[in-house]
Design a binder for this molecule. Structure first.
Ligand code: AMP
Ligand code: ZN
Length: 110
């Protein structure tokens, strides 16, 4: 999607601090971290939000769930919090579905 900031990150049109990438997903550091470790996992497929996920996406969504603990472990996290904000009322600001992965000590937001 041309005017999507996270699609631009996927396409290297704007920089990001990437920590993991494969054919289906990208993980990068949140630009305004709310915890010592604050990562965002996004699918390379543009999906607006969790509210727009369909049965067609179930394999991709399942794949992301298996990657989250791998990425968290590689980031040195023993425990972590995952958040998916959905829709304006759910606190979503960037409309390309993403999973927040937060941890590393200190109080967690929300
Ligand atoms: P949400 O409120 O769930 O839509 O969260 C969007 C998140 O994306 C926020 O935590 C922002 O700090 C983060 N963010 C926005 N732009 C960038 C960017 N260019 N690089 C990394 N993180 C970003
Ligand atoms: Zn996008």
């Amino acid at each position: 999607m041309t005017d999507c900031i996270f699609c631009k990150i996927i396409n290297n049109e704007i920089p990001s601090d990437k920590v993991y990438e494969d054919e289906q997903v990208l993980v990068f550091k949140d630009i305004a971290p709310k915890a010592p470790v604050h990562l965002l996992m996004i699918p390379k497929k543009h999906i607006h939000s969790l509210a727009e996920v369909t049965a067609e996406d179930s394999e991709l969504m399942g794949y992301m769930m298996t990657k989250v603990p791998e990425v968290a472990k590689d980031a040195g996290l023993e425990g972590f919090r995952t958040i998916i904000n959905t829709g304006k009322d759910g606190g979503q600001i960037v409309f390309h579905i993403h999973i927040h992965i937060l941890g590393g000590g200190g109080p967690l937001p929300f």
